[in-house]
Write a protein that binds this ligand. Structure first.
Ligand code: RFL
Ligand code: PHB
Length: 420
């Protein structure tokens, strides 16, 4: 199995980049046109660069914007390992916090799930997504990769014909790039998915009946590891960005407005939801430096390929953040596509590219399953009555007392192996 460790051995970037070459009709040409400089697009670009495959990344936002937008925090062990292989892990290894487990708290008591023991030594890293983006952008540009920031009007042309290409506007002018392949890494709202004709795709989706209010607070750590809390008042999560900056979330209503949540109300709710029965633990508070509300949904587009177009990451699938899987899934898609493209341009044939959608969908559905499981386990569902809530508590009790159940959670949380 060509796992993540083997990615990039062939090629080694020896071939000259050809993105400057002129294509037909006066357009620029590249082998792979990548839409979006998020985790999916940048991972793919870095991997292709190592294989000596030309790529151009088109990004609608500015570099400064993508490097400051707050999102994920949890990196699976395999994502950390890949960053090492790509030579972009130096800052992460210095600044990330590595956790060997998480705490599940309910009924006023905490229960540790020991990842290291249950998974043969695997851990997770806490390192902000925008820091990953900074590291990836810097490395790609330093190595001669090409990213065009602040482009607009990106459109996918001639996916059914002989000349697939991307048209867009940059610095006031209209541009076109001829591509062998197009990688749609443009997130949930980008144009790539919609470029697949409706009859050729099936979309599965569900918006969940709660949202997350997330804050960044200047405060020391309250808990040495991530703490996922179930309470009668709803879900709460204590996460971290550094020993001085904490990331915390509380479940709120989908129609809630951030203006209805002054800092004092957030702290009161966090204190109440995370309280421990014996009073031997205290939430450490501090100035709130950022807050926002995100909705929660599950979504999968099937297939993830249409002719020369491949969808990656959030463009193809969204998972509720309770399982901390979205960024890691995006990275796994990029690894699969990069290996398929390396085989295509090398002597490996098109077998892997042909199975791209099947391979990535299998992983995505497993991530949906796990993320929905974590979400249902920990949130207060407004449609539930006392019976469902007791079943939820029984589920939590089982999960935190059965070795088999804890091992299942642990292996999913640290990340299932990449298989193709
Ligand atoms: P992204 O990150 O959305 O990047 C897409 C990029 O495409 C650009 N774009 C366009 N560019 C050109 N032309 C257009 N027309 C374009 N339209 C869009 C965008 O500007 C953007 O730069 O997608 P990608 O690369 O697939 O990455 C997905 C991840 O960002 C996402 O799944 C994670 O953030 C999810 N997630 C988490 N994932 C984890 O693995 N671990 C976590 O701990 C975790 N926590 C989270 C999360 C998501 C959250 N929110 C915001 C829902 C916590 C939260 C609160
Ligand atoms: C985060 O730190 O942002 C985070 C951690 C765990 C999750 C989701 C988000 O499940």
């Amino acid at each position: 199995m060509p796992g993540p460790g083997r990615a990039g051995r062939r090629g080694g970037g020896a071939r000259r980049p050809k993105w400057f070459a002129r294509g037909g009709r006066g357009a620029t040409r590249t082998q792979v046109g990548i839409i979006g400089a998020g985790p999916a697009g940048l991972t793919l670009a870095l991997l292709l660069q190592r294989h000596g495959i030309d790529a151009v990344v088109l990004e609608s936002r500015s570099r400064q914007e993508i490097e400051t937008t707050l999102r994920a925090g949890v990196l699976e062990q395999a994502t950390v390992d890949l960053m090492g292989e790509l030579g972009v892990a130096e800052r992460m290894m210095r600044q990330a916090q590595f956790h060997g487990g998480i705490e599940i708290r309910f009924g006023g008591r905490g229960h540790r799930i020991d990842f290291v023991r249950l998974t043969g030594g695997r851990r997770i890293a806490l390192y902000a997504q925008h820091e990953v983006i900074k590291d990836f952008v810097a490395a790609l540009l330093e190595r001669g990769g090409r990213i065009e920031f602040s482009v607009s009007g990106v459109a996918l042309r001639d996916l059914d014909g002989a000349h697939p290409r991307l048209s867009y506007r940059a610095e006031g002018g209209a541009r076109e790039i001829d591509c062998d392949f197009i990688a749609g890494c443009d997130g949930f709202h980008g144009p790539s998915r919609a470029a697949i004709p409706e009859p050729a795709r099936t979309e599965h989706g569900q918006v969940l009946p709660f949202s997350w209010l997330g804050i960044l607070a200047q405060a020391p750590l309250s808990s040495p590891e991530l703490c996922y809390t179930h309470s009668d008042r709803g879900f709460a999560l204590l996460s971290t960005r550094s020993p001085e900056i904490q990331r915390m979330y509380i479940q709120v209503d989908p129609d809630d407005d951030v203006a209805a949540w002054p800092d004092a109300r957030i702290w009161e709710e966090l204190r109440a939801r995370t309280a421990v029965g014996d009073g031997g633990w205290r939430l450490i508070e501090g100035p709130v430096v950022q807050k926002g509300i995100v909705d929660m949904r599950a979504f999968v587009c099937d297939p993830m390929r249409y002719g020369p177009l491949f969808l990656l990451g959030d463009a193809a699938h969204i998972v509720p953040p309770t399982g901390a899987k979205g960024l890691n899934l995006a990275v796994a898609d990029a690894q699969t596509l990069a290996a398929g493209l390396a085989a295509h341009y090398g002597s490996g044939g098109d077998g892997l590219l042909g199975r791209y959608s099947e391979i990535c969908l299998r992983r995505a559905w497993r991530a949906v399953r796990f993320s929905m499981f974590m979400t249902r386990l920990l949130h207060r569902d407004p449609a539930h009555g006392p019976m469902e809530r007791r079943v939820q508590l029984a589920e939590l009790d089982y999960l935190t007392s059965s070795e088999a159940a804890m091992a299942s959670l642990a292996e999913n949380y640290v990340g299932l192996p990449l298989q193709w």
